[in-house]
Write a protein that binds this ligand. Sequence first.
Ligand SMILES: O=C(O)[C@H](O)[C@@H](O)[C@H](O)[C@H](O)COP(=O)(O)O
Length: 317
Amino acid sequence: MATASSSLTFSTSLPKFCRPYSISITPPPHVSVYFKKLSISSSLKISKRTTTRASSMASSGITTIDQNNKKVVEVFDTEEDLAVSLAKYTADLSDKFAKERGAFTVVVSGGSLIKSLRKLVEAPYVDSIDWSRWHVFWVDERVVPKDHPDSNYKLAFDGFLSKVPIPPGNVYAINDALSSEGAADDYETCLKHLVHTGVINISSLSGFPKFDLMLVGMGPDGHVASLFPGHPLLKENQKWVTHITDSPKPPPERITFTFPVINSSAYIALVVCGAGKASIVQTALGKSQNSEVFPVQMVSPEGELKWFLDKDAASKL
Ligand SMILES: O=C(O)[C@H](O)[C@@H](O)[C@H](O)[C@H](O)COP(=O)(O)O
């Protein structure tokens, strides 16, 4: 297969800092618990409500909603069920934002998230979504060439972007010719340009860019994006995009959105699967005594936060 970087062409109609490429190959407290009748969680319909917490959430079809923080937690029997629901959730938001504002700004992470998006490239969504409205960004990116196996761009391109007709100019990868610091500055400049042109909304509350939907995974240490436990970047409150050269998860050089940007989002889907993440999920959502605050616990968007958990990830709740 042709590599992504070998097939890039650059548009000259946009400023240098924001040159999109064209792809020439085919391209816990106060929580009310809602019980659903069906185990398949492709619908958010709720059949019964109680005001007590379930003793165990580790079965499919249980949704909890924290009305104060607009936080929803949904647990699925299998990752397959999760992927079906995630596709519907994303497609519904795509329709909503396409109608409301004529654009849909979507931010993705790397990791297993991309595989969980696989239902979007199948019927009915591959044909029903108005992909021309999509603008795609990365919440974090490894500073490697775009055809490198570690590249989050390559991961998303191979597994998702090459299979849907998003206009190539609407896919915003990093400039992989720059240092991590340069790439972060360049990406922030690109975002500023897109705020200026109205593609990206700005939050009237925070003054930071307000993306329509962020689709993000969580590491087994509780990191999100490239914001790792105990790292000084957790406190960054000025920059939109910053860089890290000592990432504990390889590769070490990365760029990442900062928390003020993440938390200005209209919608965030936190997609977490596997027993290896159950302890952090328990700390974030359950009654764990752990006093350490993990990055994932700092995710608190202006809009809705929805956790998509498989049964294994929810096994300690
Ligand atoms: O570039 C990265 O490393 C990712 O963006 C990172 O934040 C990832 O989303 C989590 O580590 C979860 O990855 P997994 O789902 O593969 O565990």
